[in-house]
Design a binder for this molecule. Structure first.
Ligand code: FAD
Ligand code: UDP
Length: 391
């Protein structure tokens, strides 16, 4: 998989940078639907991007870049990926460690009852209770506004302020409302993290799904290759470039660096069958240096006498994992986007290339939409068959 790029002396129709969801979906579509010759590169030693998983030395399938749980409301995305994997039904549940208790997050009726020793019995009672604590905000702009408006300051501080400060290195008041809006507030006892119509894990893992997606004679995968090595002759190598790395890096940081948040992952295999009651436990307490602990066997259903967990430590340095949603960053991104729009022969697709805090399914949807645009353009420019008049 990782012969030097010099070995490639043929021309490709597409050079695709990044073998995560964005790059891999486009490689698959272009090869299988257009018969295009694709060179897909990634600077990491594997495909799958952040969704990459592998069995560790103990044989436990773990996610190298933190827990990835698949969920979507899009039938199109589900049907597309289902060509490359079977699924294991899985509904994600998370607990937060608050005041020495493991309580459901998103906050629901059980959370309120367990935390405050209440006996709220109906949705209405829980809604009234939350309304009595909420501090209405007229114009909800920030991630602080969203939560204070829904549940008031005490719950905000217990569940959101510390976690967010650790995760982003910023106070929720400095982040766009979209960040904490990802977490709803519930008055019922539904303790699932997501309510999407389709929630499942790829039966044999993400990497196997990617391998199947990329198993096409017209797709050549080269891992361990940085675009920087190929950039000077990229347009000799291929007619078109699709780039799914960080957009500011593509343009050599011309307008300055776009901020990204990174994480350090501490993977540990423990000599116990089960470590925690659910796949993910969040730690909003500012005194605890990590944000969450994940245990993969809940996600995969793997049966083994040992278990693998991951601690996530947020960090300013390291690989870019999260675009940071706030107005000044969006303004800087817009400058890069304008430059990207005026750059011929290169399409920017993916979480880092479009600087969007998107989940996997949204990136698959974005890549499928990018393919449709290429497809329509191709149809428009294809010479129409010449009608020969019968004599
Ligand atoms: P990536 O997966 O980042 O792939 C981009 C690839 O491009 C990378 O492999 C990178 O090495 C490569 N690349 C970049 N620059 C270059 C270069 N110059 N040369 C060569 N290669 C390059 N989503 C969910 O739906 N559910 C979840 O539970 C979930 N959990 C997450 C947990 C964490 C800790 C993180 C960070 C993200 C999570 N996500 C989750 C989001 C998910 O990871 C992304 O939506 C998805 O992986 C984005 O795919 P992508 O192809 O855009 O980017
Ligand atoms: N969040 C929080 N406390 C929690 C869970 C989430 O403060 O217990 C906030 C935090 O800012 C986090 C955001 O909500 O970054 C989105 O949470 P999600 O679980 O969707 O984050 P991701 O899985 O993308 O890291």
């Amino acid at each position: 998989m990782s012969a030097p790029p010099e070995a490639a002396n043929s021309r490709y129709d597409y050079l695709i940078v990044g073998a995560g969801f964005a790059g891999s979906v486009l490689a698959e579509r272009l090869a299988s639907q257009h018969g295009a010759r694709v060179l897909l590169i990634d600077r990491r030693p594997h495909v799958g991007g952040n969704a990459y998983d592998e069995p560790n030395e103990a044989g436990i399938l773990y996610h190298k870049y933190g827990p990835h749980i698949f969920h979507t409301n899009s039938e199109q995305v589900r049907d597309y990926l289902s060509q490359f994997t079977e699924w294991r039904p899985y509904e994600h549940r998370v607990r937060a460690m608050v005041r020495d208790k493991l309580v459901p997050i998103p906050i629901n009726r059980t959370t309120l009852n367990e935390l405050f020793g209440l006996d709220l019995k109906t949705d209405e009672e829980a809604a009234d209770y939350l309304a009595s604590r909420a501090e209405p905000v007229d114009d909800i702009k920030t991630s602080e506004d969203v939560v204070i408006n829904a549940v008031g300051r005490e719950l905000y501080e217990l569940f959101f302020q510390g976690y967010t400060r650790k995760q982003w290195g910023l106070d929720p008041s400095e982040l766009d409302k979209q960040v904490t809006s990802r977490i709803p507030t519930r008055t019922n006892t539904d303790d699932r993290y997501f309510t999407d119509s389709f929630q499942a894990m790829p039966l044999h893992g993400y990497t196997k799904m990617f391998e199947k997606m990329l198993d096409h004679p017209l797709i050549e995968v080269r891992t361990g290759v940085d675009f920087a090595e190929l950039k000077p002759r990229a347009h000799e190598l291929a007619d078109h470039i699709i780039y799914s790395g960080p957009i500011d890096e593509y343009f050599d940081f011309r307008f300055g660096r776009l901020p990204y948040r990174s994480l350090k992952f501490d993977h540990q295999t423990l000599d116990e069958e089960r470590h925690q009651p659910v796949a993910v436990v969040n730690y909003p307490d500012p005194q605890v240096p990590y944000t969450r602990v994940s245990e993969y066997k809940h996600l995969t259903g793997q049966d083994a006498p040992v278990t693998t967990i991951t601690y996530e430590y947020p960090s300013a340095e390291g690989d870019p994992y999260y675009p940071i949603p706030r107005p000044e960053n969006q303004a800087l991104y817009k400058r890069y986007e304008a430059l990207a729009d005026s750059t011929e022969g290169v399409a920017f697709v993916g979480r880092l290339a479009t600087y969007r805090y998107y989940n996997m399914d949204q990136i698959v949807g974005q890549a499928l939409a990018a393919f449709r645009r290429i497809d329509e353009k191709r149809k428009r420019h294809r010479p129409q068959p010449i009608a020969v008049a019968a004599e």
